[in-house]
Design a protein around this ligand. Sequence first.
Ligand code: SAM
Length: 286
Amino acid sequence: MKLYSPETIRNIKERYGFQLSKSLGQNFLTDKNIIDRIIEATEITAEDLVIEIGPGIGVITAEAAARAKKVVAVEIDRNLIPILNDTLADFDNVEIINADVLKTDLNEIIEREGFKTAKIIGNLPYYITTPIIMALLERGVHAESITVMMQKEVADRIQASPGGKTCGAITAAVNYYCTVTEVAFVPRTVFVPAPKVDSAVLRFDVRKEKEVELSDEKLFFRCIKAGFGQRRKTLLNSLGGACSLTKDELKGCLEKAGVDPSRRAETLTIREFADIANRIKEVSED
Ligand code: SAM
């Protein structure tokens, strides 16, 4: 049985009385070429632990399991669990966890399975693409690489250069932690049901050495989120929410970092954000 065909999805719906949930971002992949591109880009070896986010009916899971030592797949929809137990019955190296990935400690899974790192893979649910990526990065998941599909617009945002209207907090966060490669463009027509937008697959490789030195990573992220959260405001006005400095102190920090306080977040490079956060940290500690 071909797992990835629209016909299989129809059969599964009938046999299990399964209803696709729009609110859980269930757009299932039906194109073997795209599945192969994701799998190839992940470069799975027989020594690897693969963690999959949102296996659906298991189209990516099965291909990963055929190559990896172990696959752990985290799926929120309990109605998919009996289906996955059947579609992946041929594999004894797959574990399905019925949980919300945002509430799951992936590092704990990696440790429990006896690995140092994992390769993260998935066709991410649209409604929480950005929170999932941010959570993986901010929680410092021990990922060797993260190869995930997302809506094209988010992929473009992640790859935007500073100064562009499309760049956002996620641009800075991803580029601080990782280098990014675009693996594939994915048209909306290869999903059941077809979403309203196209997708792209990106591979993130976690940087061994960070591009910038930070004295307080959490403060750096608060600055990024505050800056982009109120992107129309000048940095002098938007960054107040990220720290407890007075406006004068903040102005001093921006000037010391060589950044005009009237600039906006979208014009900053990661290095400038880092410089500002480090200056704020210095003054906060006085
Ligand atoms: N991997 C399958 C494929 O490519 O056909 C399904 C991808 S579908 C876009 C997203 C999957 O993520 C769905 O199976 C959905 O139920 C699951 N999902 C949604 N929110 C989730 C969450 N918070 N944690 C874990 N899985 C989630």
